[in-house]
Design a protein around this ligand. Sequence first.
Ligand code: APR
Length: 241
Amino acid sequence: MTHNVKTLQEIIDKGRRIVFFGGAGVSTESGIPDFRSADGLYNQKYAYPPEVILSDTFFYSKPEEFFKFYREKMIFPNARPNAAHKKLFELEQAGKLRGIVTQNIDGLHRMAGNRLVYELHGTIYENTCLNCGRKYGLDAIMNSEGVPRCECGGVIKPDVVLYGESLDKYTIMGACREISQADVLIVAGTSLAVQPAASFIDYFGGRELVVINPDATSADERATLVIRGRVGEAMEKIVVR
Ligand code: APR
């Protein structure tokens, strides 16, 4: 990894419009399991497949079971930004990072201080009453039992994109704009298994495509640098100058 991190350092030093495209693997070093690794969420056994539970039809037909799974498996209030999140904040502060496009809903990039964040699949920190539209924070989900209810009696739904739902079009437009204008795209901690998110990296036309993942991904062959390792470990060694 050392040689590769040296190359990553050179790429970042030269980068003026860096974009970071990330997935659940960026948060595993914060203690949040990913989905498709051997010990990932989707390889654990539940009454229904997690991809079914995390769908819109399941949310509306079995809300009690949805919220039981969601509170137990999708919310990690004690998770904190790791070295990858912290280095990305430094890169944004230095004016080198033009945006983070993340599939994660854990809010850790914003917690690290980054402002230029496109949360393709939403965030656990924003929740909306389906009846009156009133907005709630994470505490409305954490500090309630069963199906969380608004003062008006409506169901409070997390502002996360469930299977079967569309992504926010303005988030897509912003993310794809930044990717298309980037000179460096770092694709880290994602299996690129889910559409349409995975297809957004095809908007990249810049010089350096970097992939950071212990496992192979479909972007490897297009990459100018592949680091077979953990993104926090790699980014920790980077000096922002
Ligand atoms: N550093 C780099 N990569 C890592 C690390 C790490 N520390 N830990 C795990 N990985 C890699 C895994 O090898 C895997 O390739 O991150 C990837 C995580 O892939 P997934 O679990 O499929 O997560 P993700 O790509 O984000 O899934 C996309 O699927 O279910 C939906 O909405 C959910 O946003 C999620 C989407």
